[in-house]
Design a protein around this ligand. Structure first.
Ligand code: PFF
Length: 460
């Protein structure tokens, strides 16, 4: 099989894949999930899932992509198992759903960048009204989708690889600086206690489902993003060290984001249960308390970088359906990009309306068994991140362990890593893919769906 053109170097691949992983999930979603789901207890469960289940799955996805040299649907066909290509189709559906709401939040970030640059530090208090101003916010989201589509239309080495190489390190530095600053704020010790000292009695079924869904979402797993990026990775590159770097960067940035945010939330007198508005409500106040020039520079830079982090993620999500349309449906790249981007933007409109603008979408009573009405955006996020992604991971693990088989997986990983089979990582990987991932993911998926969508709670 010929190798398709792709990343020009391993660093380029790691930067792009870590760029996919690091995004709003780390800085916006992780802290608010921690805030809503029991603080440090959630953090512990999330970390365990990242390393025990998600890391092996990341290696597996990259290996499937590199072996298949195609998009997530075509890769299964190329491996000789076309019946399993439905996993890729499920992944494409997840992509479309995720990008539809993710792009809305990315629009908020971009809007905040503009507001803070113009010196509006009270934007934090105006958050509930800001998200209701759908013309403005819709405009920002639209611009964001256009930027995403533009980068994807440029193709792999010219578009997807370039930006994260520069922006990721800058983002990391600014988060470290802000976290160090946050730890000097009044109330920091209370925040650290909430964030880092677990109360294990807080681990309920809901915490486990959310932590699992978030681990998948944050590491961009279960929907074929890593299959797609893996298909552009050269045979000489080491998959294990790449996956280690991506996982540590992603988890590290989320961890630092929490360390930065909770002291800020508490010092601003806000509740840790701030939901989707947590980052948006707490940070501007902190920037506003700095001297005006510093506040504008640091605050502006922060939201600019957050927008970039979101952009390297939206690019990777859009690339998945696009690579499918280009490979399998023989569409011209630019047509595939603009059509998909437009479709997904339109699909995001209910999410755009669901933060208070439309009472219908804001109190969208969805779940068959559940009594609490929830908004459309939370609904889509629950369906996609907490249900479809772990389901995708479950199916990928089943496929790798029982259909493709460990020998083939290991053979692919050995390219670029000669002694792999003799390492403890190989033993752990083989064990996790066969004995942990399918069963834990399958069980959590079923329990979650019964609980969330049918109101049948088997585990509290
Ligand atoms: N991992 C991204 C984040 O944490 O923001 C979100 C994401 C990107 C999910 C790409 C899925 C994906 F394919």
């Amino acid at each position: 099989m010929t190798e398709r053109s792709g990343f020009s170097s391993k660093v380029g691949f790691i930067a792009a894949a870590a760029g996919s992983a690091v995004g709003l999930g780390n800085i916006w979603k992780f802290p608010f999930e921690v805030g809503e789901s029991g603080g440090a207890a959630f953090v512990m469960v999330y970390l365990a899932f990242c390393f025990i289940l998600c890391f092996p799955l990341m290696v597996t996805e990259i290996a499937i992509g590199r072996k298949g040299q195609r998009n997530p649907v075509g890769a299964f066909v190329a491996l000789g198992h076309s019946k399993w290509s439905f996993i890729g189709k499920l992944g494409i559906l997840s992509c479309v759903l995720i990008l539809s709401f993710y792009n809305v939040v990315a629009g908020w970030c971009f809007g905040y960048f503009v507001e803070i640059l113009s010196g509006n530090f009270s934007i934090g208090e105006q958050f509930p009204d800001f998200v209701k101003d759908i013309i403005k916010v819709g405009g920002y989201s639209f611009v964001f989708m256009v930027m995403t589509a533009f980068i994807v239309s440029k193709g792999i080495s010219k578009g997807i690889e370039k930006a994260p190489k520069i922006l990721m390190p800058v983002l990391l530095i600014i988060i470290v600086v802000l976290a160090s600053y946050a730890l000097t704020l009044p109330g920091a010790s209370k925040a650290v206690e909430f964030y880092l000292f677990p109360d294990f009695s807080k681990i309920t079924g809901e915490v486990v489902y959310n932590a699992l869904g978030h681990a998948f979402f944050s590491l961009s797993l279960g929907l074929g993003a890593m299959i797609t990026y893996g298909s552009y990775l050269g045979k000489k590159e080491n998959i294990i060290s790449s996956a280690v770097a991506i996982t540590f960067l992603d988890v590290g940035i989320a961890f630092l984001a929490g360390l930065m945010l909770f002291p800020m939330v508490i010092s601003q007198g806000l509740d840790t249960h701030g939901g989707a508005g947590l980052v948006f409500m707490s940070l501007p106040g902190v920037f506003g308390d700095m001297n005006p020039f510093m506040g504008m520079v640091i605050g502006g830079l922060f939201f600019l970088l957050l927008s970039f982090a979101a952009l390297t993620s939206t690019v990777s999500v859009l690339e998945i359906p696009v690579s499918y349309l280009v490979d399998e449906k023989k569409m011209k790249r630019s047509n595939a990009v603009w059509l998909t981007a437009l479709g997904i933007f339109l699909l995001g409109i209910p999410s755009l309306l669901s933060n208070g603008y439309s009472s219908f979408f804001s109190g969208f009573v969805t779940y068959f068994g559940a009594s609490d009405p929830t908004d459309f955006m939370t609904f889509i996020s629950d369906v996609a991140s907490n249900s479809f992604l772990p389901l995708g991971g479950f199916l990928i693990a089943l496929f790798a362990a029982f259909v493709w088989k460990k020998e083939n997986l290991f053979e692919e990983v050995t390219n670029g890593n000669k002694n792999f089979t003799n390492t403890w990582v190989a033993k752990f990987l083989g064990f996790s893919i066969k004995y942990l991932c399918p069963w834990i993911l399958g069980a959590v998926f079923i329990l979650n769906v019964l609980d969330k969508f049918f109101g049948i709670t088997l585990y509290y």
